[in-house]
Design a protein around this ligand. Structure first.
Ligand code: PMP
Length: 284
């Protein structure tokens, strides 16, 4: 695989980062994941906009201009011959030369890494036909989940807890309400209405969420942005989640309670089709 590191395209075994890198010792970095379908980037302007916002919130500069980000993504797709897959992008505050809580001087070069992961069958995911099982886990992450930092230890622990319970993923719960999944935004459907938590610092502002809600509104579907509980979700007609790499995936069991007879519902299924169809139209 060829990866990108600070301006160079290198074999992955030759791409080296300092042990003092702030990303390594302090999780001082942000990331993005963009999906590739038919060799094209999905929702790309949204991902670049959120990247800029995450960097600004952490008082980091944006190391590349938008057209250069696009060029690097396209070059990696080409060099690695990606038809279906994802591109991971990470920017850290770089290598200050020593470990120190204070930020290094502003002119310290940032570390910029991008790599691809081929995922044949990404669009035709069998989980879209079977649905997934989730369990609730307390949300113990920090209070700025709107910033897409590389600090992913708690979601990783929650995912392992879900797997230990025989489920596929965890839905995180804070003050009695679902915030989001370990790496996705969460939704329920009741009487045809799509219900999803409103945007705030409590959740990541999903790019897939934004596009899907726009497509759903254009298709005259009813949307309610408000928090919901696990109990309300268990009593819903359907549940599903969204992320850049999963698109839309149905949830058929929550804490052992089956939804919709344990089968993906019509709304989630339609929304997946709608998302794939519409996002491919604007893919670049
Ligand atoms: N919430 C969290 C915590 C996530 O990690 C992700 C995926 N990065 C999402 C939501 C979904 O965001 P997106 O649709 O932009 O991938």
């Amino acid at each position: 695989r060829t990866v990108y590191l600070n301006g160079d395209y290198l074999p992955e075994t030759e791409a080296k980062v300092s042990v003092f890198d702030r990303g390594f010792v302090m999780a001082d970095g942000v990331y993005e994941v963009t999906s590739v379908l038919n060799g094209k980037l999905l929702d790309f302007p949204g991902h670049l906009k959120r990247l800029a916002r995450s960097l600004a919130e952490l008082r980091m500069g944006n190391p590349l201009a938008d057209e250069d980000w696009l060029a690097v993504h396209r070059k990696l797709v080409e060099l690695n011959d990606i038809d279906e897959g994802i591109i991971y992008l990470q920017v850290t505050r770089g290598n200050p030369g020593d470990r120190d809580f204070a930020f290094p001087p502003e002119d310290t070069p940032q570390t910029v890494v991008l790599f691809t992961q081929a995922k044949p069958g990404l669009a035709d995911n069998p989980q879209a036909r079977t649905g997934l099982r989730v369990v609730s886990v307390e949300d113990l992450r920090w209070a700025r989940r709107d910033i897409k930092t590389v600090q992913l230890l708690y979601p990783s622990l929650a995912k392992m807890e879900a797997k230990a319970q025989g489920a596929d993923d965890a839905w995180l719960v804070e003050d009695g309400f679902v915030t989001e999944g370990t790496s996705n935004n969460t939704y329920i459907v009741k009487n045809g209405r799509i219900i999803t938590r409103e945007l705030s610092n409590d959740i990541l502002h999903g790019i897939t969420r934004a596009s899907l809600l726009r497509y759903a509104a254009e298709a005259q579907m009813q949307i309610e942005e408000r928090p919901f509980t696990i109990e309300e979700a268990q009593a819903a007609d359907e549940a599903f989640f969204t992320s850049a790499s999963a698109f839309v995936l149905p949830v058929v069991e929550i804490d052992g309670v089956s939804l919709g007879g344990g089968k993906p519902g019509p709304v989630a299924t339609r929304l997946r089709e709608l998302y794939l169809e519409e996002s491919l139209k604007s893919a670049i």
